[in-house]
Design a protein around this ligand. Structure first.
Ligand code: PFF
Length: 478
């Protein structure tokens, strides 16, 4: 069998791990994970999230990396080549197209949230956040969003930085950037956890994150955990598959996946350990929702010794995390234009950047001039989020595991994953039976089609699956 020759490869052994961890660690870990953990009640949610990372995140990530490396190209090209090797239907390439589009669309609203983090680094420094109540800080946040030039300016800055790094290439741009940014991020996070440790609220924060209350395990929380596991590992959005296409042949897909997933999870937990103690030490509500880091946290910082300096450090850390994720969202598109159409990376980045700016402009304007434009009940920003997280990511996830688990010849994935027999059998079981069923449940639930308790649905679906594989002998349903 002739393997596709790689056009780009990570330079160092750590290249993939740093870049993929950079993709995975982002606003999802530092902004979203703490607030959804707060909303769903702490330790029980953390446990469900960890289970989802193991049951779905890791098998799906292994699949994406393996397909990327096998096909050596952007999601469309890599899937196309792997399917061709299998003499399969070229229509599977559409899965790669959808993933690429999802990554691009996520970036269109992600630059806005990343822009908040950049702006708040400066606001923390110049004293604009010196308010005395969460409500007043809510006012500051609204005022920031009400000015299109201000909101847009920060988002455009994030977009330009992202495009500049991507245009410079895989090794000189992305790998060089993550080589500095990821260790920097780790140091900032550890300093902040150390600071939280001295805040007086550490044991309350720790208990909140890790004490387990079984009554908090609900179907709703489980589904939130599952959806978040997908987002936080950057699955089904072209990023991991494209980064996998640059992975040298001698590196283990399973080992690198585990390292990335463990780093991502540790960052999420450490972010929780940096944030919740400070929230508790200042008597605030951990379940404050999406405003947790932009409204509650700045106030908490102000009430603490050296709070301004640590607040600046916190938002600088969020900005770095967001930037390394943003880079990965557009890499698939740039790689595609570069490989398929022979356009230089610079021109590909400029062209896709122009489209990005137009679309993300609409996302920025959703907070001010276009706030009243809500076709079918959602503004443009919310539509991007809704379409990607509710439709494109779950569908992309299902199709990728169906491709690897059912459509491809066994030897292709076996060869690429190169696992011991038991490890391979476990991976196959997960991508054939566990991941597609769980993702389908999330998908249907997210669309509001499963009206009864989703936990009960899981029993139902598991039962149906067993029934379809057995004969009437085993359960009488035939
Ligand atoms: N994993 C990123 C985060 O947790 O913020 C989000 C993300 C990055 C989603 C890259 C999709 C993607 F392609």
């Amino acid at each position: 069998m002739t393997r596709e020759k790689p056009k780009n490869l990570w330079l160092s052994r750590w290249g993939f791990i740093l870049a993929a961890t950079g993709s995975a660690v982002g606003l999802g870990n530092i902004w979203k994970f703490p607030y959804i953990t707060g909303e769903y009640g702490g330790g029980a949610f953390v446990l469900m999230y960890l289970a989802c990372i193991l049951a779905i995140g890791i098998p799906v990530m292994m699949t994406e990396i393996a397909i990327g490396r096998r096909g050596r190209g952007s999601p469309i090209d890599a899937i196309g080549r792997v399917v061709k090797e299998n003499n399969g239907n070229p229509l599977w390439k559409a899965v790669g197209g959808m993933a690429m589009l999802a990554g691009f669309m996520i970036l269109c609203f992600y630059v806005v949230v990343a822009g908040w983090a950049f702006a708040y680094t400066v606001k923390m420094l110049d004293g604009s956040l010196a308010a005395t109540s969460v409500e007043a800080l809510g006012g500051v946040f609204e005022a920031h969003n009400a000015k299109p030039w201000q909101l847009g300016g920060w988002s455009v800055l994030v977009a330009l930085l992202t495009l500049w790094i991507v245009a410079k290439g895989v090794q000189k741009g992305i790998e060089n950037a993550v080589r500095w940014m990821m260790p920097g991020l780790a140091v900032m996070l550890l300093i902040l956890v150390g600071y939280a440790f001295t805040s007086g609220g550490f044991s309350a924060g720790f208990d909140f994150l890790f004490s387990f209350d079984a009554s908090k395990i609900t179907g709703e929380a489980l589904l939130a955990a599952l959806g978040h596991a997908f987002f936080t590992l950057s699955l089904a959005s072209g990023a991991i598959l494209t980064y996998g296409s640059y992975l040298p042949d001698n590196q283990s897909v399973a080992r690198t996946t585990f390292v990335v997933a463990i780093c991502d999870t540790c960052v999420a937990l450490l972010a929780g350990l940096a944030i919740f103690p400070i929230i508790f030490a200042n008597g605030m509500n951990p379940g404050a929702g999406p405003g947790l880091i932009f409204m509650s946290l700045p106030l908490a910082f102000q009430q603490m010794p050296f709070g301004t300096a640590f607040g600046v450090l916190f938002f600088a850390m969020v900005s770095v995390a967001a930037l390394t994720s943003a880079i990965s969202m557009i890499e698939a598109t740039v790689a595609y234009l570069n490989e398929k159409h022979g356009i230089s990376r610079l021109k590909a980045a400029a062209g896709s950047g122009a489209v990005l700016l137009v679309i993300s402009l609409l996302a920025m304007l959703s907070f001010n001039l276009l706030a009243g434009w809500t076709p079918l009940g959602k503004n443009f920003f919310d539509w991007l989020d809704y379409l990607t997280s509710r439709w494109m990511m779950p569908l992309g996830g299902i199709f990728i595991v169906l491709l690897a688990g059912y459509a491809l010849r066994d030897e292709i994935m076996r060869d690429e994953l190169n696992l011991p027999p038991l490890g391979y059998a476990l991976w196959l079981f997960m991508v054939r039976y566990v991941s597609p069923v769980l993702i389908l449940v999330v998908f249907l639930h997210a669309l509001g089609w499963l009206m009864i308790d989703p936990v009960a649905q899981w029993y139902w679906i598991a039962g149906a699956l067993v029934c379809s594989r057995c004969s009437a002998r085993c359960c009488g349903h035939g």
